[in-house]
Write a protein of this length. Structure first.
Length: 237
């Protein structure tokens, strides 16, 4: 518990480069086709004919977009995983598991950034190197999911690659400022300003309630909470 507390006080984020992908496209419901006027053998009076020749107005399209349906899975594929509901300095979560356990995609989406080198130097100010090896993913729900302190990033996982929910991204480790404790730093955020915004990427909302749902097979979505944070903080994608 002392080690876990020490880790909570120091966890951070990682650097990397990549181009953000476009947000999911929503499809508006189509309008029903207009009904053709009926034509009879005998010509109706002029006024009636004009009325019959005017098709009914098309139904107004809904302004509410259809939500993209995504599947959520717990980000560490292992039986012995623990995590806290709090975190030091900013909203995020540390998931404690053995080094080498599987870090998987929370949902389907496109990889944004990957850090393949641990360039963290102890004692330096907080910055994008804190997380060591890491992967960030833009889910099909428009939310960014970030995991760091990895011991390894899976071969083929790089910016622009599409992944599916539960797909292996890397392995739990203790790179960066993990204080020599095997765990996954996990953050949820919107994609703000540009890829590389590490202070946002490392986490802006508390993940615990979503993690609890996903571990139990639930599908609680962080979309609304992330959208609210984005609006309140003038986050420009």
């Amino acid at each position: 518990m002392t080690i876990a507390a020490a880790c909570l006080a120091g966890c951070g984020s990682a650097g990397g480069s990549g181009s953000p992908t476009a947000t999911p496209q929503f499809v508006q419901p189509s309008s029903p086709a207009a009904t053709e006027p009926q034509v009879t053998e005998s010509a109706p009076p002029p006024a009636a004919a004009a009325k019959a020749a005017t098709p009914p107005p098309a139904a107004k399209k809904s302004s509410v977009p259809k939500q993209t349906v995504v599947k959520y899975v717990f980000p560490v594929d292992a039986s012995n995983v623990d995590f806290h509901t709090t975190h030091g300095k900013y909203p995020a979560t540390d998931l404690f598991a053995d080094c080498g356990e599987r870090f998987v995609a929370t949902t389907s989406g496109v990889v944004l950034e990957v850090s393949l080198k641990d360039a963290y130097v102890k004692g330096r100010p907080d910055g994008p190197l804190n997380g060591g090896l890491s992967v960030s993913l833009l889910g099909d729900d428009g939310v960014r999911y970030y995991g760091s302190h990895l011991s390894e990033v899976r071969a083929g996982i790089e910016a622009g690659v599409r992944v599916e929910a539960g797909q292996l991204l890397g392995e739990v480790g203790k790179t960066g400022n993990a204080n020599n404790v095997c765990h996954l730093h996990y953050g949820i955020s919107p994609l703000c300003a540009e890829t590389g915004d590490w202070k946002v990427r490392r986490g802006v909302i508390w993940p615990a309630k979503y993690l609890k749902s996903w571990r139990d097979g639930g599908q609680k979505s962080p979309v609304s909470e992330v959208a609210a944070w984005e609006k309140e903080n003038d986050c420009n994608p």
